[in-house]
Design a protein around this ligand. Structure first.
Ligand SMILES: [Fe+2]
Length: 213
């Protein structure tokens, strides 16, 4: 898959939606930026035989070159709830994997709620327009509540085309794109009506393992 694919995963189950209420504040946001991100993280391995297993390593690391906002720090997060991880990995196996080369993958699953409140925007990508240093990235939107913004833009890295596409992910929508060929960004969210709002997503990173599945 050289570019990107839009998908619709259908109705989101109640236990997945509710699990976002239990997320803890991301301790790696800068103090002065406030608490607008709540997060869990899970590493897993998955192959085309629909076999997957969870890894116990809770550390997410990106270089400073890749992420000037929070790169260079081994970021440790709570693991996903086991029932949430298995539901999401089934979606990965059924929906994303058929679009990718037929190998095994190391997967990172980031369960993220971005919140906003009057006069406090929430930033899905505080690092700005970026690549994350993986082969592919999937974003699965589980729910949005009372927000404006949150538009995702993919920008081709090819000088000649430099094409870009902007879209909004609503509940049940997903996209998967090639992280080598595209930069990405998701714009800030603000409340649509006065009060609070949030955007709940799973961001999944894919890197091929060496051996074919
Ligand atoms: Fe990203």
């Amino acid at each position: 898959m050289q570019s990107f694919n839009h998908l619709h995963f259908g109705q989101v189950s109640a236990h997945i939606k509710k699990s976002f209420d239990e997320l803890l504040p991301d301790p790696w946001l800068r103090e002065e930026d406030g608490k607008f991100r709540f997060r869990s993280f899970q590493k897993a391995v998955v192959n085309r035989r629909a076999e997957y297993y969870l890894k116990t390593d809770p550390v997410f690391y990106q270089s400073e070159t890749l992420n000037h906002y929070s790169g260079g720090i081994p970021r440790k997060y709570p693991e996903l709830r086991a029932d949430v991880a298995s539901t999401i990995l089934l979606q990965v196996v059924n929906k994303f994997l058929p679009l990718l080369p037929d190998i095994s993958y190391n997967i990172g699953i980031h369960q993220i709620r971005i919140t906003t409140e009057d006069r406090s925007p929430g930033y899905p990508a505080p690092e700005g327009i970026h690549q994350d240093g993986f082969s592919y990235i999937g974003i699965y939107c589980v729910g949005v509540n009372n927000i404006a913004g949150g538009d995702t833009t993919l920008i081709s890295c090819e000088e000649e085309t430099a094409s870009r596409t902007t879209f909004k992910l609503n509940e049940g929508d997903a996209v998967i794109f090639n992280d080598v060929n595209y930069q990405h960004y998701t714009s800030a969210i603000v409340p649509l009506l006065p009060g609070k709002g949030y955007r709940d997503v799973f961001v999944m990173t894919f890197d091929g393992e060496q051996e074919p599945a």
